[in-house]
Ligand binder design. Structure first.
Ligand code: ADP
Ligand code: MG
Length: 682
């Protein structure tokens, strides 16, 4: 039942279904797991004589007048009603609801919920919600408040939840009885119905605890199982140390201590006989690429192949260029494989990969294709891994047996959290920056500064520098209006503001080929000002670009802003990041403050997590992990300890669990991770 499409619910037709889809709701289960954002306490009936000015209150009262309809002027009418509960009188006013008289009956008793004002003992409510007392559904109780999308109302959402609860009847239990007993957790039915329509806040508390426990427990258990599996899987033995040193000595610069330390960790992993699964995190520009190449070098010198996957063509091209330079001197054959290559070029690449002529393969998603067969691959590197799901990572690593995996990310996360979320990975951090980097001067400005900033941009260009102007992403789900606005903005810059400079525009909806062509021109210095949506966010390296302008900066998250800023400050010139902030209130202001105060990516991602919570921080779809809806890794640290203990127990005693409990746990984990797990949990 719960897996049935949302359109199995009677009141949901195609139009409404689409709206729910927009919120990520496709099945009845999705709906039931779409939890309220907050609650309105409409459960306490207040005596009229006790009403306090300015509070939201519920009264139970009878009409003492009929509804009087006053037309004030065209387009404005008032409906007035006087009610009483025998402790006092309230004057109620609605606006423009001419039909209301029909709904309210002078003899009947009603609930009214809304904000009350008290002036000189005169109590008034305007536009309250009202329901007949004996059939009330949304008053005289705690009412959920859901996150919505345009055209969906709270009422629709609430009614649909009620229908879904009725539709499924009894929910299948998802947490074994012995755990519920041990940790005093309520059953799934109780939890789900009280999370949507809690009878009391105490019951809500039980429901929340149970659901949060479940999320953390399964996440941690899955991670432990993955980790166990890995530490018992053999990995190809790479004898690395001398080779890595050889490579490091060939570089034109001295590596930082952190880079050397991480190379050591990797070499040690790969020589251990166990499979390596390591995450290297470090701020943009800290030099993760050479670390990866050093590891690949050791692997290749041991007679195996290595592969590096980048999230975009431009990045793959860049890596190919810089890596070839580093490795050519050693006679190592590096090749490129991307989607935009011709069929013939691709065939040639496949052939070289298969024969082993290609020792280091760099590419995009094209590497995952089934045509790609390696002769003997020992190391899979994925760059900017937050762009890839767990799924894609594993798709590549199954191309070889006992392959080592290295993932690199510029979105660092605090260690404690990383252990929970990437429990299947070991973590290395590069915290030092190569010497001589100048921090990017960062400013938050408003429209009033537009002229001056435009002059500043022109000045940078006339000195030979290049400039990025970034506008918020054009979302696929949005209408074309937004894209039009951004396109118009770019056209104006081209034709008017910067007509003496070479201006180009890229956006996410452009065909990849066109996009890459523009990016390449910018890379080669043939474009002065690149206007773009966030497609340039990831890893692009144009050292000559020193100025980053961010439009509508309030619409970006902290980590994103920091990533964008990381596009500049890569050359020998002083760099600038200028954020146009056009609203967004306190939260936006806080972000801008943090950005202007620090250049430290670790500090920024910590702050970002605190502000947004891990769910939004990662963007579930990207990291391939289940979203945490109930649990908050920061606020629920006590619960986290308890669930950690529970998952530890379950994993170490898995074979001793009773059959149906073990089955339930396995099913839940497979469901959470879906095809990612490939049924690996045994
Ligand atoms: P990221 O960690 O963002 O991937 P990259 O690997 O692209 O950073 O490195 C950024 C730039 O810094 C590259 O041009 C690289 O050659 C250079 N670089 C890396 N390590 C050092 C170092 N120890 N000293 C000087 N320059 C370095
Ligand atoms: Mg990089």
């Amino acid at each position: 039942m719960i897996n049935n499409g949302i359109n199995s619910i009677k009141s949901i037709g195609p139009a409404r279904e689409k709206l729910f889809n927009k919120l990520g709701i496709y099945t009845v289960e999705d709906m039931l797991k779409y939890y309220p954002r907050s609650y309105e306490d409409r459960s306490n009936i207040v005596n009229i004589c006790d009403i306090i000015d300015g509070e939201n209150i519920l009264i139970k009262a009878c009409a003492v007048t009929v509804v009087r309809n006053n037309r004030i002027r065209r387009g404005l009418s008032l409906q007035k009603l006087r009610v009483t509960d025998s402790t006092g009188i309230v004057e109620i006013t609605w606006f423009n609801q001419d039909w209301i008289a029909k709904n309210l009956d002078i003899s009947a008793e009603y609930y009214f919920y809304g904000k009350a004002t008290v002036r000189n003992h005169r109590v008034e409510m305007s536009n309250p919600i009202y329901e007949k007392a004996d059939t009330a559904e949304f008053t005289n109780k705690i009412v959920p408040v859901y996150p919505l999308t345009a055209k969906l109302t709270q009422k629709i959402m609430q009614t649909t939840q009620i229908e879904c609860l009725k539709y499924v009847g009894e929910l299948p239990e998802t947490l074994p009885g012995f755990l519920r007993e041990k940790y005093t957790l309520c059953g799934i039915d109780y939890a789900v119905s009280n999370i949507h329509f809690p009878e009391t806040f105490e019951k809500y508390g039980y429901a929340k605890k149970r659901l949060a426990f479940e999320e953390l427990f399964y996440l941690q258990t899955a991670m432990r199982l993955l980790r166990n599996k890995r530490t018992t899987t053999n990995g190809i033995v790479i004898d690395g140390n001398n080779f890595a040193c050889e490579f490091v000595e060939s570089l034109p610069f001295k590596l930082t201590d952190d880079q050397l330390k991480v190379i050591d960790e990797i070499v040690l992993d790969m020589s251990s006989g166990k499979k390596m699964n390591r995450l290297v995190q470090g701020d943009v520009g800290c030099g993760k690429t050479v670390v990866a190449v050093a590891s690949a070098y050791a692997v290749i010198k041991n007679g195996y192949q290595a592969v590096m996957m980048a999230p975009t063509e431009i990045l793959a091209n860049q890596h190919f260029e810089s890596v070839s330079k580093m490795l050519n001197g050693f006679g190592i054959k590096t090749i490129l494989l991307t989607g935009s290559m011709t069929a013939r070029e691709k065939r040639e690449a496949y052939e070289k990969i298969k024969t082993g002529e290609a020792q280091f393969v760099i590419g995009t998603h094209a590497l995952i294709q089934k045509e790609v067969e390696f002769r003997n691959i020992a190391l899979v590197i994925t760059d900017e891994q937050h762009r890839f799901g767990v799924k894609q990572r594993s798709a590549l690593s199954v191309k070889g047996e006992n392959t080592h995996t290295l993932v690199m990310t510029a979105t660092p996360i605090p260690r404690t959290l990383a252990l929970i979320l990437y429990g299947d990975l070991d973590i290395s951090s590069v915290k030092q920056m190569p010497p001589g980097r100048k921090p990017v001067s960062t400013y938050s400005v408003d429209e009033g500064m537009r002229e001056r900033i435009n002059k500043f941009i022109s000045k940078q260009v006339s000195e030979g520098r290049q400039v990025y102007i970034v506008c918020p992403a054009v979302e696929l789900s949005e209408t074309m209006e937004e894209l039009k606005a951004v396109t118009q903005f770019a056209e104006d810059l081209k034709a008017k503001t910067f007509k003496n400079h070479r201006v180009a525009f890229v956006h996410g909806k452009m065909p990849a080929k066109e996009k890459d062509a523009v990016m390449n021109d910018f890379y080669n210095g043939e474009i002065d000002i690149l206007v773009s949506t966030t497609v340039i966010e990831v890893g692009v390296n144009v050292p000559n670009a020193n100025t980053m302008i961010i439009e509508n900066a309030e619409r970006f998250g902290l980590s994103q802003l920091h990533q964008l800023r990381g596009r500049v400050g890569r050359g020998k010139w002083q760099s600038y990041c200028i954020m146009f902030c056009q609203g967004g209130g306190e939260v936006a202001k806080e972000r801008m403050d943090i950005m202007t105060k620090t250049n430290d990516g670790f500090e920024i991602s910590q702050k970002d997590l605190e502000i947004r919570g891990p769910g939004e921080f990662f963007g579930t779809r990207q990291h391939g992990l289940p979203e945490l809806k109930m649990a908050n890794i920061y606020e629920d640290s006590d619960l986290l300890k308890v669930t950690g203990e529970a998952s530890e127990y379950v994993v170490s005693n898995f074979s001793k669990l009773n059959k149906s409990d073990a089955k339930m746990i396995k099913e839940q984990i497979v469901k959470m991770f879906q095809d990612v797990s490939n049924g690996d949990f045994s």
